[in-house]
Ligand binder design. Sequence first.
Ligand code: HEC
Ligand code: HEC
Length: 468
Amino acid sequence: MFRTSVFIFVVSAASILFSCCVASAVPPKNIDTPTQDDEETQRAMSGYRLLVDTPFLKSDFNQEVFDDLWKVWPAKLSEIARSATPAVRRRMAFQRYGLTARPDNPDKPLQYVVDAAGNWTMNCFACHGGKVYGKPFPGAPNNRFALQTLTEEVRQTKLQNGIPLARMDLGSLVIPLGTTNGTTNAVVFGMGLMHLRDKDLNVLVSPPKRFVHHDMDAPAWWSFYKRPSLYIDGFAQKGHRGLMQFLMIPENDRQFFLEHEEEFQDVYSYISSLRAPAYNGEIDEPLAARGQLLFESKCSQCHGTYESPSVYPNIRIDLNDIGTDPVRLNALEVEGRVKYSQSWFAHAGEDMEQETVVDPKGYVAPPLDGIWASAPYLHNGSIPTLWHLLNPDSRPKVWRPVSERFDEKLVGISIEEVSEVPASESDVVIRRSYFDTRKFGKSNKGHDYPAELSDSERKAVLEYLKTL
Ligand code: HEC
Ligand code: HEC
């Protein structure tokens, strides 16, 4: 097991790496675009189709490899799979790796583009397409994605079947992809790729560079429309070009970006069109009303208000004040942000420079729309429920999801708390389901603002948060 506290990744190895993301024909189910005109709606629908149907990267593996994955599973599971029907085996594989069916086409996965020849290519929904109430929901964070385990088992299956390894299979030997299910080293993927380009996106031969690996919880896409700048430190102004960062594999040259730019204007429209799902359970209205008053006096200065017209202040809080895990902020160096600011991504048109904050010094308070549906909480995904977020002293040190059932009482993931990750657990996917907040980059500390609330006030605020 990893005992080091800092994972370092050497980027020359990164050039043999990533097939990270992306992706293209049916309208997405959760589009809610009341104020948009028809053209915007068409663009949004096109953006969704592009993501689920177009492989913008090299393929990760083919159908044959996917269908054989069960052969490398731990013995017990593999035995069950052996005697199961292909359909049941496929469900088991989806379960194991945190994949779901596409809401508009249940024969296909949401998280991968599968072309007519059976080639699977990861898309943005791998991290940005999860479940709400047990149903696939494009734009919800995928808090079950097991990228590390999937990649390792694909590699093992390819070796057994005599199939050549692809970029991701090799790159993952040097770069951790994600040490806890549902979180990924995605920010470092982006930094590594950027290191291998000049500002106009020509591929460079760059000296190796060390990066600080850390796992992040993907944010929900349904708040995108409110945010003027992106990412937890809000360093990058929003724009369609910025959405293409993950496509910088060496095969995609500058020309590729110019040719596909317009498609990403559609992807931008799609992401902007998303809205949070509504809470379906019971809400104690008088309690929630009391919670709203408390929220507006204690939380709104940072998180905004939610009655129409809603206000989102987009406030960045100094790291010393917020006190949450510092690793993400420091891992992205000023030099890297400066490079981004000068790059093609930060220029919306040839002459339009976007604003980049090169030294942000803290984290931006995110909009809390649909917050009940986007557990776990904080940027590193260290807190499993809203109740735990509101009760800083009771946050679990080591926890894991025990079922996919939504915990209505604590509002979030149904978990068990343990004192240690069981050393005897041999199934990696189970071992990686434990979130150990004592590990590097995984602290659940900070954001102590709710500590000044009384127990009954916390209950009221929790009730109000369900209504957002
Ligand atoms: C491997 C997982 C992964 C994949 C694949 C992925 N993302 Fe992300 N995405 C993340 C993580 C993690 C963050 C948070 C980064 C941060 O705040 O520093 C993020 C942040 C974002 C944000 C900013 C949201 C906000 O509110 O700040 C956008 C927009 C986004 N991703 C779009 C995309 C698009 C478009 C694709 C496909 C081209 C994609 N992502 C693929 C993991 C992923
Ligand atoms: C001084 C500004 C500030 C105040 C006051 C504040 N927050 Fe936050 N909040 C933040 C910041 C910044 C983050 C992001 C921290 C991180 O992820 O590291 C955050 C994160 C959160 C999150 C997790 C969001 C997610 O997507 O994981 C929730 C929920 C939340 N706050 C609720 C509240 C509530 C409820 C209150 C009032 C009791 C409150 N906050 C008060 C700044 C604030």
